[in-house]
Design a protein around this ligand. Structure first.
Ligand code: PEP
Ligand code: MN
Length: 336
């Protein structure tokens, strides 16, 4: 971190700032030019309050040279993180295919879809029991009953389950869930992040609706700083000015994230596009861009889905995507 001091600063104030910085456990590398003094802060600056430094009268600018996230940073953990879920893994060359409905509806629906996606090549089953809906009048999910149905589908197929947690009070009910999803709307629910950080369970952390890559990684950092390092990042599209698709899929974040972090990155082309006919091309594009997996909404009867029908694809369409993905994986050095 570099602090440029205003050229009208009094020595007494500079000394006071230096003592403050040192009290934060940092060393100072000072460079005094003809008119400008620059303080280089040496040490772990991840806990430094940059806004507080910027607010000090004698400070002209403060620039970070090190990222504010540490646990998630590839600089401190060069090897890819590999997240193990049941017999499968995500990251480190292993590609994961998560498929299932937006929400769990009935035993027949979830078990039927689970069997169909497994047959097509899925490695995990998704399905929401607690649904974050824009309208309070929309179907909110079956709740704990939905979790029970997911466990039945898991028993029938052997597929590990991924499902969203919205409230810390529901954590006990998630004991048998394999991967906890933190949805886009809760990416910055810091209380929730800290609580899942205390669990010994993989977390699928979706990107917030308008979150920058750094904000997203700081949310991962919240979870990791509590001890849980099993995190999978999920790009699910961001809000832009373009209304033709539900969101805008930011594919460029995949290679960028691979540089910045060792955590695996998967893509949700369903919420990103909102349109079932765009799911296949965007799945293949995400695979080619280096994603470590896909999470796709699949429904046996999209037209009658209780939630997100317009973006749901059928098991047959999912099978087509799996075929395409299998062709791309050797080119990007990954395997199913
Ligand atoms: C979901 O996965 O069903 C969901 C609600 O996703 P997101 O949080 O990305 O909107
Ligand atoms: Mn959905």
């Amino acid at each position: 971190m570099i602090i440029v001091i205003r050229n009208d600063a009094k020595q007494q104030d500079i000394d006071q700032l230096k003592s403050y910085v040192q009290s934060q456990g940092l060393r100072i590398h000072e460079s005094e030019g003809a008119s400008t003094t620059i303080l280089g802060l040496v040490g772990d600056t991840s806990k430094v309050d940059i806004d507080l430094l910027r607010s000090i009268n004698i400070v002209e600018t403060v620039t970070r040279v090190q990222e504010p996230y540490k646990n998630a940073n590839r600089k401190f953990h060069p090897q890819d993180s590999v997240i193990k879920v049941g017999d499968t893994q995500i990251g480190g060359g292993a590609f994961s295919l998560i498929a299932g409905p937006c929400s769990v509806e009935t035993p027949e629906q979830i078990v039927g879809i689970a069997k169909a996606v497994k047959k097509a090549g899925a490695t995990m089953l998704r399905g929401g029991a607690f649904k974050p809906r824009t309208s309070p009048y929309s179907f909110q999910g079956l709740g704990v009953e939905g979790l029970k149905l997911l466990l039945i589908a898991k028993k029938e197929t052997g597929l590990p389950i991924v499902t969203e947690l919205m409230d810390t009070r529901d954590i006990p009910a998630f004991e048998d869930v394999d991967v906890i999803q933190i949805g886009a709307r809760n990416m910055q629910n810091f209380t929730l992040l800290k609580e899942v950080g205390k669990l010994h369970k993989p977390v699928l952390l979706k990107r917030g609706l308008s979150a920058t890559i750094e904000e997203w990684l700081m949310s991962a950092e919240y979870i990791m700083s509590e001890g849980n390092e099993q995190i999978v990042l999920c790009e699910r599209g961001i809000r832009t000015y373009e209304p033709a698709t539900r969101n805008t899929l930011d594919l460029s974040c995949i290679p960028l994230l691979h540089e910045k972090t060792h955590l695996p990155v998967i893509v949700d082309p369903s919420h990103a596009s909102g349109l079932s006919r765009l799911v296949a091309p965007m799945s293949l594009a995400a695979t080619a861009a280096g994603a470590d997996g896909l999470i796709i909404e699949v429904h046996n009867d999209p037209q009658h889905a209780w939630c997100d029908g317009p973006q749901a694809i059928t098991p047959e369409q999912f099978e087509g995507i799996v075929d395409g993905v299998k062709k791309i994986l050797p080119i990007v050095g990954k395997r199913l």
